[in-house]
Design a protein around this ligand. Structure first.
Ligand SMILES: Cc1cc2nc3c(=O)[nH]c(=O)nc-3n(C[C@H](O)[C@H](O)[C@H](O)COP(=O)(O)O)c2cc1C
Length: 337
């Protein structure tokens, strides 16, 4: 469970709850821990659940268990107004070969790195090959990787425009702000959300940002004073897109989450870092809920060039200029049912 809670989750919402028995672990999603209008079908929260599931499987092997996973099928629905925790997966554990992999060892060191990356240092071909192999046991997920500057520029443009558009909606902003933790006492009390420490700023800027009131920090961020989104994204020599057959299929989301967790752990293990940049896919959800023309489906579809695959997660990777700091977590005791 300690490995599970270190997984990635959208806005660090940590939507998970776990039930542990003698022979299996059940994963439940607390549907109320959501980013509202930014993730109206809980698609990203399900991806986060997949991240936690992957850590459970890696920790099982490291502790001498074989984990056999069953996923709960279903289609994603709009966020329920209230609700009981929802079962999404079960990991059956039986005695197995003890295997402490590089991915398992990277679990405590994996952090989302939002600093700029070193553009002149390309990602080694061996790493790209290893990344591509991560989906070999997940035929429902495909990883598209882009290193050419022309391709990356196109994706950065789409993402940056999506970022501006989606956050111009006050409902999205409010849903996102609910998870921004500025002051230390809120971080200590809630142990979730996005903190200044995780913003990828240099140490002095981090200290200054911590003294700013919330409105000033938001103003600085909107002016690009905290880095400039396109510039930071383009500094990374590799952009990846995880695609599935149906982005609103629950199992597909969980599987994509497992792959993202693996990918970021692999990057960590090999001295690289990564950050999701999901605004373009979030705009796909947004256009769907607002019944607008599916502009981002076509823009991202053109990038992938294969209509069989639907993008569901965008990320970039490379060698970072700064070390990422850890983000808070709710303790295990509060998430085990
Ligand atoms: C489905 C999903 C979507 C995410 N989207 C973004 C994103 O668009 N931008 C970003 O900076 N981080 C994104 N993240 C990273 C989370 O904010 C991060 O995992 C969380 O704050 C916990 O921090 P950690 O990964 O350093 O442990 C995403 C994570 C997940 C699982």
């Amino acid at each position: 469970m300690r490995a599970a809670i270190l997984a990635a989750s959208p806005h660090n919402t940590q939507p998970w709850l776990f039930k542990v028995t003698d022979s299996w672990i059940e994963l439940y999603m607390d549907t109320q821990r959501n980013v509202g209008a930014l993730d109206p079908y809980l698609r990203e929260e399900h991806i986060g659940m997949g991240c936690a599931l992957e850590n459970i499987c890696l920790a099982a092997a490291a502790n001498g268990y074989q984990a056999r996973v069953t996923l709960v099928p279903g289609n994603l629905d709009p966020i329920p107004a209230e609700g009981m925790p929802k079962l999404v997966a079960r990991a059956y554990l039986s005695p197995g070969k003890q295997e402490q992999t590089e991915l398992y060892n990277a679990i405590p060191r994996r952090h989302t790195n939002r600093s700029a990356y070193i553009p002149q240092t390309p990602v080694p071909p061996e790493f790209i090959e290893a990344l591509s192999r991560l989906t070999s046991d997940e035929p429902d997920v495909k990883m598209f990787l882009f290193t050419a500057e022309t391709d990356r520029k196109k994706i950065v443009e789409i993402s940056s425009a999506a970022n501006d558009e989606i956050y111009s909606d006050p409902a999205v902003k409010a849903a996102s702000d609910r998870w921004i933790r500025i002051n230390w006492s809120a971080v200590q009390k809630l142990r979730d959300g996005l903190t200044v420490d995780a913003a990828g700023l240099p140490p002095i800027a981090t200290a200054v940002a911590k003294t700013m009131p919330f409105w000033m920090l938001k103003w600085a961020a909107s002016r690009g004073a905290l880095g400039g989104y396109s510039r930071v994204m383009l500094s990374a020599p590799l952009i990846g897109i995880l695609a599935v057959h149906d982005r609103y299929d629950q199992e597909n989301c969980l599987r994509a989450g497992r792959i993202w967790q693996r990918a970021q752990l692999l990057a960590t293990a090999r001295g690289l870092a990564g950050r999701p940049c999901n605004e373009a896919v979030e705009m796909i959800d947004y256009e769907k809920t607002h019944k607008r023309p599916a502009m981002r489906v076509s823009l991202l579809g053109e990038i992938l060039g294969d209509p069989v695959w639907q993008p569901t997660f965008v990320f970039y990777m490379g060698y970072p200029t700064l070390t990422a700091r850890a983000s808070p977590r709710r303790p295990v005791e509060t998430v085990v049912l």
